[in-house]
Write a protein that binds this ligand. Structure first.
Ligand code: NAP
Length: 294
């Protein structure tokens, strides 16, 4: 297939490389053009604009930050929507609000273009390995038509319902990630303050009912003081704002999620928004007035 890929961030870059490795023809575009270099070296065409990136494509993938960013690359000047042929499929793999996904779907439907919201879980590691979980909302027939585009990117690819359903599922995913991570941070703090080696504690409890992706992947990073992103604090804050807004509209209290949101706000207040989400541990350290390893 011919694929246009917009957004060469931490996620988009390795995902575009996996599509190239699977034999698809890929055009890439990024707002900061230098970030296209790796994909271009691997055989991608460097598009001059979102519109150029979408030209002739069977599927166009957006992988940028938030709802206004997806709308900008699709519908802004020289936007991808202008380059897409009728019958092509637009796929958004960013995490955005379910309402924005539904709005984009109906705008594109007017142009004869189907839209799938297809956010992912599995982090930078899953993006590199092609083992992401992909949750898809939108037209089922369009999903079946371009299913092979998803194959090199993930190993659990599920059509969950109509437009917006993928983003709602991703919002649930983020509730779980944030609260799992809070548990990991508090467990590491307790072990460290009680004189137990956190790495030993993590490897022991990973064998039982307490295991989680956060424990296996972020626990060791916390234990060695590695706060490089991964998934940035400022991005999970965007996602938790989406969750809390959706819950507010439903009149649903989500007090654990609200707490995690406040912890990450403390990260932001300390200038840690560009760090990985495991920096939540720094908030736990500040609350407990201790430092791991000191
Ligand atoms: N990282 C993860 O572990 C992870 C996991 C699951 C889902 N996600 C989601 O995937 C999406 C991308 O995340 P990421 O980690 O790859 O982020 P990132 O490394 O910060 O990259 C963001 C990308 O979006 C582009 N961008 C942002 N605003 C734009 C705009 N207005 N117009 C054009 N391009 C714009 C950036 O372009 P520039 O290079 O020019 O800044 C960059 O290519 C986000 O929605 C995130 O929530 C991330």
């Amino acid at each position: 297939m011919q694929i246009g890929y917009l957004g060469m961030g931490i996620m988009g870059r390795p995902m575009a490389l996996n599509l190239l490795r699977a034999g698809h023809r890929v055009a890439v575009w990024n707002r900061t053009p230098e970030r296209c270099a790796e994909a271009v070296d691997a055989g991608a065409r460097h598009a001059s604009s979102p519109r150029d990136c979408a030209a002739g494509a069977d599927a166009v993938i957006t992988n940028v930050t938030d709802s206004p960013d997806v709308e900008a690359v699709l519908f802004g000047p020289d936007g991808a929507a202008e380059g897409m042929a009728r019958g092509a499929v637009a796929i958004d793999m960013s995490t955005i609000s379910p309402d924005a996904a539904r709005r984009i779907a109906s705008r594109l439907a007017g142009r004869g273009v189907a839209f799938l919201d297809a956010p992912v879980s599995g982090g930078d590691i899953g993006a590199r390995k092609g083992t992401l979980t992909i949750m898809v909302g939108g037209d089922r027939a369009a999903f079946d038509r371009i299913r092979e585009v998803f194959a090199p990117l993930g190993n659990r690819i599920t059509h969950v319902g109509p437009s917006g359903a993928g983003q709602v599922t991703k919002a649930c995913n983020q509730v779980l990630c944030a609260l799992n991570l809070l548990g990991v941070c508090e467990a590491v703090a307790l072990a460290a303050r009680a004189g137990i080696d956190p790495t030993t504690m993590l490897s022991v409890v990973a064998g039982g009912a307490a295991n989680s992706w956060s424990l296996e992947n972020l626990g060791p990073r916390i234990a060695r003081g590695d706060y490089a992103p991964g998934f940035k604090v400022k991005l999970i804050q965007k996602d938790l704002a989406i969750v809390l807004d959706a819950a507010r509209r439903l009149g649903l209290p989500l007090s654990g999620t609200a707490l995690a949101h406040q912890y990450f706000r403390s990260n932001e207040a300390h200038g840690e928004g560009e760090e990985g989400t495991q920096a939540m541990f720094k908030v736990v350290e500040r609350l407990g007035n201790f430092r791991l390893g000191s």
